[in-house]
Design a protein around this ligand. Structure first.
Ligand SMILES: Cc1cc2nc3c(=O)[nH]c(=O)nc-3n(C[C@H](O)[C@H](O)[C@H](O)COP(=O)(O)O)c2cc1C
Length: 147
């Protein structure tokens, strides 16, 4: 069974905790999943399936722990032709136009790299859902059917 590599971007820990929960959920469902700490371009290029879970910081910006990977991918541009990809974006709609900006940017980049988005991006709004898990887990169950 192909392994899903989970890449996460987090400032205060919410997206990191969700990434851990999602990894456990996929594993409990009989899938192979692993969290990638300190991710490198090579980790994306060699991943069999890609799940990005990222919060947004600044004004629509990527968290510092994911930004180097994003810039590295833009520079090296490894083609992910047809590789299954999905994105969970965490944000806060009170930020207006930059709502979930990091997740949107990452999804756009995966599409530019010719990754295949297997399920529409999940945007989690901290204004509405204080606890992201009840929103994310049903989405992950659907995702698991696509992987
Ligand atoms: C300084 C700061 C800037 C933020 N900027 C944005 C933003 O531009 N767009 C957005 O949707 N959310 C923004 N957020 C909200 C966070 O993305 C949201 O609270 C998220 O759940 C935090 O996850 P984390 O704990 O993994 O960092 C911001 C939060 C902070 C504290």
């Amino acid at each position: 069974m192909p392994t899903t590599s989970i890449f996460y971007g987090s400032v205060y820990g919410a997206a990191e905790r969700l990434a851990e929960t999602v990894c456990e959920k996929l594993t409990a469902m009989g899938h192979s999943a692993k969290l990638i700490d300190n991710p490198q371009v090579e980790d994306v290029a060699t991943a069999e399936q890609i799940l990005v879970i990222t919060s947004t910081t600044g004004q629509g910006d990527l968290p510092d722990n994911l930004l180097p990977l994003f810039l590295g991918l833009q520079n090296q541009f490894p083609l992910l032709t047809g590789k299954p990809c999905a994105v969970i974006a965490m944000g806060d709609s009170s930020y207006g136009d930059t709502f979930c900006g990091a997740g949107k940017q990452f999804e756009e980049l995966l599409i530019e790299l010719q990754g295949r988005i297997v399920q529409p991006r999940l945007d989690i709004d901290a204004m509405v859902d204080f606890d992201p898990e009840p929103v994310a887990l049903p989405w992950v169950e659907k995702l698991a059917e696509q992987l």
